[in-house]
Design a protein around this ligand. Structure first.
Ligand code: PLP
Length: 432
């Protein structure tokens, strides 16, 4: 049995049965850094970033910009890699913005997203002159307008629309429907444009939409591009303005199990690039900057999660030392994963088991009815495609410290986020 190459990091190999990632023996890493442990393979990460930049530059004759959506996973080292690879960064909080700044991501290439931005977040974004505040609703716009009176350089604004497209994905990660909480309804868009244009401290850049995550069918992304262009043309006719930038968001899906197709960034870029060109030709719009915001498809495959098997229950259950507090996705929306035992990663999986997390919820089942070789307490379980929406959504449920994150490459392992300590977890605790 060999590893499915489209699920594991590109550097993943099996040597004498043992799983290696980035040239490192993952069992040694588990011993050195403890478990649960998240690995990030630098080669896979940088390859995905480069593929995005190259694919969009080749697929679209106008300017292109790839922004990594930091919500998928963010820390300073990762943001430094984003900057080194020439990508921009999407942030959704003041702290993510701080990480972007510490990492040296040029502020002009940072977009602030969010449907409920606080005043403090808006203030920081305009003070640091981010490339765009992606305005979600009219109330936010009113607060941004009030702030913009103090600005000498106008703040760039993208208006996020709700394109009324129901993406073919899990309801929890579909974001473009007419009733979704995100974005301006098309009926509120004109008001938002009029207010933006009437505010000297704001500069309208264009339109944004994001219909959801883990998308495989690209026809809805094409439909989103069509709506962005149609709205841009309508606004041109009504207000005499032309968008500098149109952004159909992120969302490209990744495989979590061997039967799902490999992510094809080049195909995605060709489809989106062609859709933008043909829509702009149809509406007689000059080609805008095409901005995309991938998160999952940049970081998911680079990630591997390592757990220690702690106990068994009969033939059906393996209990591990992590679970829903470091990876909420299976409990939240039934996400499925692929795993191997790190010491026998190429052994035929001949037992069907479920892998239960350590947390006090019966829904905390990391892997439900998967095939694995027979396992013992102490074995290291390696879970593939674990980079996106795992650690970034981690909690301290049951007051368990959150795992460490290690960057691996060329046989070296660098700690880029240390494991939380009990002191960290209790740092905010105040006795009576
Ligand atoms: C506005 C926006 N842009 C980009 C993304 C990234 O999506 P994905 O990680 O699926 O590429 C998200 C995630 O939901 C988002 O909300």
């Amino acid at each position: 049995m060999s590893l499915a190459p489209h699920i594991w990091p590109v550097t993943a190999t099996v040597q004498a049965g043992r799983l290696f990632v980035g040239g490192c023996d993952v069992i040694e890493l588990a011993e050195r850094f403890g478990t649960p442990l998240y690995l990030l393979d630098e080669t896979t990460l940088r390859s995905a970033m480069r593929a995005y930049r190259q694919a969009f530059a080749a697929a679209y004759p106008g300017p292109t910009q790839v922004h990594y959506a930091g919500k998928a996973l963010l820390n300073t080292a990762l943001a430094q890699i984003v900057a080194q690879e020439g990508l921009g960064l999407d942030v959704v909080s003041a702290t993510e913005l701080q990480v972007a700044r510490c990492a040296g991501v040029p502020m002009a290439q940072v977009h602030l997203h969010g449907n409920a931005k606080t005043d403090a977040e808006l203030e920081r974004a305009v003070a640091w002159q981010v490339g765009a505040v992606v305005v979600d609703n009219l109330d936010e716009l009113a607060r941004l307008r009030a702030l913009s009176g103090l600005l000498s350089v106008p703040q760039g604004v993208l208006l996020r629309i709700a394109p009324a497209i129901e993406a073919d994905t899990h309801a929890h990660i579909a974001t473009g429907g007419a009733a979704a909480k995100f974005g301006l309804s098309l009926s509120a868009l004109d008001e938002a444009v009029a207010q933006t244009l009437a505010t000297p401290g704001l500069r309208w850049l264009g339109l944004h939409a994001h219909i959801g995550s883990q998308l495989f069918a690209l026809d809805q992304v094409v439909a989103t591009v069509e709506i962005l262009a149609a709205q841009a043309a309508r606004l041109r006719d009504r207000f005499g303005i032309t968008p500098l930038e149109l952004s159909p968001g992120g969302g490209l899906g990744v495989p979590y199990t061997a039967d799902q197709p490999a992510t094809d960034i080049y195909h995605y870029a060709r489809v989106v690039g062609a859709a933008m060109q043909s829509a702009c030709a149809r509406y007689d719009l000059p080609l805008p900057r095409l901005t995309v915001e991938p998160g999952r498809s940049i970081v998911a495959q680079a990630g591997v999660a390592l757990y220690r098997i702690v106990a068994r229950k009969g033939a059906q259950w393996l209990h591990i030392d992590g679970g829903m507090a470091d990876n909420i996705r299976p409990a939240l929306y039934g996400a499925r994963y692929t795993a191997v035992l790190a010491h026998c990663a190429d052994t035929l999986a001949d037992v069907v088991v479920s892998v239960g997390g350590r947390y006090c919820e019966s829904g905390d089942v990391l892997l439900r009815e998967v095939a694995l070789p027979s396992a013992q307490p102490g074995d290291v379980l390696a879970v593939a495609t674990a980079g996106a929406y795992t650690l970034s959504m981690a909690s301290n449920y049951n007051l368990v410290p959150r795992p460490a994150l290690v960057l691996v490459g060329n046989g070296q392992a660098r700690l880029i986020q240390r494991r939380e300590t009990e002191e960290d977890v209790l740092a905010r605790d105040i006795a009576l």
